[in-house]
Structures are given as C-alpha cells and as structure tokens.
Design a protein around this ligand. Structure first.
Ligand code: URP
Ligand code: ZN
Ligand code: ZN
Length: 488
C-alpha cells in the first residue's frame, strides 16, 4: 500500500450518526480511510484525547456585503474566513446580495471577485433576490442554479428588500422547478414599521426599544404565511433565524404534515436576551439584530427546539458592524433604533458555544453537534458530495477539538474585524485546536497556516427534498382542475 499524505491517530471520530475511536487517513485532499491499521503516512497528527470532527459549515453569514442601504460589513472575505476557521469551520456560505436593478450575473461576478483572492477556506454563496424581474426569474436564476448556486434568500421585511406574496410565489416556483431551496427572512414588515413609528414618536428611540418594535407575532404571522405560500405549490423552504417558540411550532407542525420546510436558529437566541440591551448610552446598539433578542424563557424554548430537531440548521447570522461611525453608529452618534445597523458578530463563536454549552453540558450528543455544525447543512444545501462528514471520499475538511481547553471569551482574542463580541466574558470549554482543509493545515497551535485565497469556490448540487413527501394544492393538480397544466 502506498503511503498516505496524512494520518490522524487515536482520536474520537464523530459523524452525524456515530461516535467511535479510529484513525483517519488522508490522500490527495480526500478522506482515504477511517479505521485501524491504515498503513504509513508522510505526516501523523496525534489526536489522543481529542475529537476528530468534520469542519464546520457556516451557512448563514454576511461577509463583505453591502446592506440594502449601502453599509459594508466590517469583515471582508479575509477576516471573515479567518475568523470562521478559528471557530472550527472549513466552509462558509455567505450571501451575494442583489440590489434592485442589478442583474444576478453582475452580483455573482462582484462576490466571486471579493471572495477568490481573500477567502482562506472554501466557500459558496446564497443569492439574495430583491428584484425578481421576468429576466431574473426565467433566465438568470436557472443559470445561477446550473452554476451551483442552489439557494436564494428572500425577505418579507425591509423596504428595499421586501418581496410581496406574488413575487414570493414566482421565486418559489422557479426554485422548485430547478432544484433550489428558498431561505426566508420571515417578519411582518407592516407590524414592525407600525410599532417603530409609535415608539419613536413617543420618545422611545433608545436601542432597547428595537426589541419591542419586532413583536413575536410579526415573526409567527410571516412564518405562517411563508409556509402557506410554499405549501400551496409544494416548494421547499428554510425559515432562517427563528427566534420564537410560536415560529418554531409552525415549522414543527408543517414538517409533521410532510411539508418541505426546514428551520434555522442562531446562538443569539439561545445565549442572549433583550434585557441586556438596557445599557447606558448607545451600547445597546451592539445587540440590535432582526429578529431581535427575546427573553430568558424564549432561550429555553429555542434550546428545546434545537434538541428535538425542529431546527435542523444552527448558524451564526454573522452580520458584523463595529460600534462606531463605520457600523452601528453610521447614522450619527445617537440614532433612534430604526437607524441602527442590524446584526451581531458570531462566526467564530457559533461552534465553541454549542460545543461547550450543548455537548459538554450534556444537552446534545456529539453526533448531534456534528449534524448541527456541518452534516445537516451539507445535505440541505447540496454540499454532501464533498463536505460535512468524516467519510471515505469526502474532502478532508477536519476540525480537531480539545475538550480540555477552557478559555474566557474576549473580543481581542477573536479574529474578526470587530471591536466587541456579544459573548464577552463567557467561559467556554472545548475549542478547535487544529483545522484542516482538503488535508492541508489551516490552523494549528492558534496560528493561521495558509495565505489569502487558499479557499476555493464550491459549486453545490441541486436540492434533494426526498423524504419530505409534500403535495401541492388540489387547484394546481391537472387531475382535479379540468386538466389545466400550470407548469409546476
Ligand atoms: O439583524 C440581522 N440579522 N441582520 C442580518 C441580516 C439578516 O436579515 O439576516
Ligand atoms: Zn435575515
Ligand atoms: Zn442574516
């Protein structure tokens, strides 16, 4: 047998299904074998006492992205990807955002040029669709899907991004036809604007009132509507950043009924609460995100829905804006909350938080951690031909976690381009110590080992909703509607 390039020995390996002690051999950037007696290797890493896990896939992050009002995130593809790698990730799927009037080809070209020279780990993009013209729907989206961009995000809120129900149906229908998944930011725009106006007019413009301005019902109404619209034509959807139990219940019920609905939540809804926004001066702005932080009871409910599988995806929603005039305070030193940039940083903390507070504290198993870190996302977003598992033939994207390392979170130790972390001061037990991409060491001994642009674009396969039976409405069924064929 010829020598392997690398062997990782003695560690506890986990996939989304199993946990076992084994060696892992790597050849030509792929996992060549998992087991014992794997033969010789050029290089050996001893992982005794450590966990050998698939590299994380961060599938909801905003990197080098202009918001709809033109504000750039503080992380570019270098700092964003470095920070992701230090947090145990080997692949990111940020957004390529269409502003109204832009062609999707132009948008993708811009983001490819941003990512390719800088990203230190592999990447793909989800497209944000804000302007679904006939050309976008009938030509550009099918072309993007054929090129491996097999998911889109749409917004039910924000004046410059919102799509109406008819536009949503158009996008869902194209996505279904061509094998793509539509991610939905589900909040009722009118409720938020109505609350915001009343709060600000009554003199309640401080950051903490941001949370009140996004009532829970705004989320559940929109999730309900999204599920109904998608169910009408039997299109797959993923409701992103769910913050309420009411929203989670709608997803759980839809899944129980066989709808093609996935759910995502984020660490901020599990570890932070809105009371923390009551800070002196403008400091509460650091915690303004949408949907907003809720209360402590909500945190427990969101944890439960993560444990019971209502949420298949756990993402950071890293949307980094510094606490200065380039970010949170870009509208002036004391803006009312509607003028504060929305979003929290968290790309480096997503997995350490879940490892420490989820796995180490016995709330989830190691396999469930792996499913949430990488396995589920690789299946749902069409990456499982190459990523998401320690399985022969997949890319050797591996994070070795040390359960003995315990460290207090400090913004200054993180690698993003931020001036704060919402998780400052938390004691986290278990950190990734070595991260490998396609068999190459990316992080070792707290040092970055690769250069700008080491990551590659990964085209994704079309979406497989096998196992989610679903059925479109009878009015769309030629057997039941006088033979009318609506092309679904
Ligand atoms: O507040 C947030 N989450 N900002 C990022 C944009 C989004 O909608 O995900
Ligand atoms: Zn969103
Ligand atoms: Zn987001």
């Amino acid at each position: 047998m010829s020598r392997h390039d690398l062997k990782i020995i003695g560690g506890t390996v986990a996939t989304s299904a199993d946990t076992f002690v084994a060696d892992v051999a790597v050849r030509d950037g792929k996992i060549a074998a998992v087991g014992g007696d794997l033969g010789e290797a050029e290089r050996v890493i001893d992982a005794t006492g450590k966990y050998v896990l698939p590299g994380g896939i961060e599938a909801h992050c905003h990197i080098e992205q202009e918001s709809s009002s033109g504000l750039m995130t503080s992380d570019d593809y270098y700092s964003g990807s470095v920070s992701a790698a230090f947090g145990g990730n080997t692949c990111i799927v940020p957004f390529a955002a269409q502003h109204r009037g832009q062609s999707l080809a132009e948008v993708l070209d811009i983001y490819h040029h941003r990512a390719a020279p800088k990203s230190v780990i592999d990447y793909s993009f989800h497209l944000i669709i804000s302007d679904p013209t006939d050309e976008v729907l009938n030509e550009e989206l099918p072309r993007a899907i054929a090129g491996g961009i097999t998911s889109f995000k749409i917004y039910m809120t924000y004046d410059r991004l919102i799509v109406d129900d008819g536009q949503m149906l158009d996008i869902l229908a194209i996505a279904k036809k061509h094998g793509a998944l539509t991610m939905i930011h589900a909040e009722n725009n009118a409720m938020i604007k109505w609350m915001s106006r009343r709060l600000v007019n009554a003199g309640h413009g401080a950051p903490k009132f941001h949370a009140l301005s996004h009532p829970r019902t705004a989320e559940s109404e929109a999730i309900n509507r999204a599920v109904a619209l998608a169910g009408f034509i039997d299109a797959p959807i993923l409701i992103v950043h769910v913050s309420t139990e009411a929203g989670a219940r709608i997803i759980a019920k839809a899944r129980y009924e066989g709808r093609k609905v996935f759910g995502e939540t984020c660490p901020q809804y599990m570890f932070l609460d809105a009371e923390r926004m009551d800070l002196p001066g403008m400091h509460g702005a650091k915690l303004c995100c949408s949907p907003p932080l809720r209360d402590r009871a909500s945190q427990e409910e969101i944890w439960r829905c993560l444990q019971n599988g209502t949420f298949q995806v756990y993402s950071s929603d890293h949307a980094p804006y510094r606490f200065d005039e380039t970010g949170k305070l870009n509208a002036g030193p004391k803006p009312d909350f509607p003028q504060i940039a929305n979003g929290l940083p968290g790309i480096e903390m997503r997995l350490p938080l879940l490892f420490s507070e989820g796995f180490m504290k016995g709330r989830i198993t190691l396999s469930h951690f792996v499913a949430l870190a990488a396995g589920n996302v690789s299946q749902i977003y069409g990456l499982d031909h190459c990523k998401g598992s320690i399985t022969r033939g997949r890319d050797a994207d591996i994070a070795i976690w040390d359960p003995e390392t315990s460290r207090e979170v400090k913004a200054q130790d993180l690698h993003d381009n931020m001036d704060y972390t919402p998780y400052e001061g938390m004691q986290i037990t278990g950190w990734p110590t070595t991260v490998l991409q396609r068999g190459r060491v990316v992080i070792d001994n707290n040092e970055l080992q690769v250069d700008h642009g080491a990551g590659e674009f990964v085209p994704r396969r079309t979406i497989d909703s096998t196992g989610m039976p679903g059925r479109h409405a009878p009015e769309l069924d030629p057997d039941q509607n006088f033979g009318v064929e609506l092309g679904l």
